[in-house]
Design a protein around this ligand. Structure first.
Ligand code: GAR
Length: 199
């Protein structure tokens, strides 16, 4: 059984979908802990599923590196096989990436390498593209620049706002994420072949 830690910053709706999938009999992975860089609303999902959680508040540390060191220490307590960034809105310090990659994956609401960064949905709308997408990648030291594990196109519809478009992308992200976690757990997808740590 693959053990998974999930890191969030916000509502954690994708986390919730993974928790639901992982509670199905026969799913080959389970979430062992949920962490966040702030008092995230998504902790409620962890609590609902009886999953422990930890908070490493970014604002309590004097530097990104100091924050990352504590985040790394917390993760090591649980020693997960896989770390999933599911809406963690912080760049991880290189030391944390190097410690966990390639067993460190991220979901992103755009068709990477298009529209990386914190505002993938907003940037796609501003660019006026007809379609954007969702991606699941291995995290490397760059910003959403790691190897792509799964991605799918999502159309931009007339009248879309950042909210409506994001809400249409998220179900696709969830499906891709759950499928990637399942494939990693079954050995169908071998992360060892993605050495993203020296990117
Ligand atoms: C998701 O769309 C995720 O891909 C995105 O934040 C959202 C979190 O939603 N992450 C990024 O944009 C990272 N660059 P949720 O909290 O409802 O799961």
């Amino acid at each position: 059984m693959l053990t998974v830690a999930v890191l969030i910053s916000g509502t954690g709706s994708n986390l919730r979908a993974l928790l639901e999938a992982a509670s199905e009999p026969g799913f080959p992975a389970r979430v062992v802990v949920v962490g966040a860089d702030r008092e995230a609303d998504g902790f409620a999902h962890a609590e609902a599923f009886g999953i422990p959680s930890f908070e490493v508040p970014y604002s309590s540390f004097e530097s990104r590196d100091a924050w990352g060191a504590e985040l790394d220490a917390q993760l090591r307590v649980w020693s997960p096989d896989l770390v999933v960034l599911s809406g963690l809105m912080r760049l991880l310090p290189a030391a944390v990436v190097d410690a966990w990659a390639p067993r460190l994956i991220n979901t992103h609401p755009a068709y990477l390498p298009e529209f990386p960064g914190a505002h993938g949905v907003r940037d796609a709308l501003a660019a006026g593209v007809a379609e954007t997408g969702a991606s699941v990648i291995v995290v490397d030291r760059g910003v959403d620049s790691g190897p792509i594990l799964a991605q799918e196109r999502v159309p931009v519809l007339p009248g879309d706002t950042e909210h409506t478009l994001h809400e249409r992308i998220k179900p696709v992200e969830r499906r891709l994420l759950i499928d990637v976690v399942r494939r990693i757990a079954t050995g169908d997808l071998d992360l060892a072949s993605f050495d993203a740590s020296d990117a």
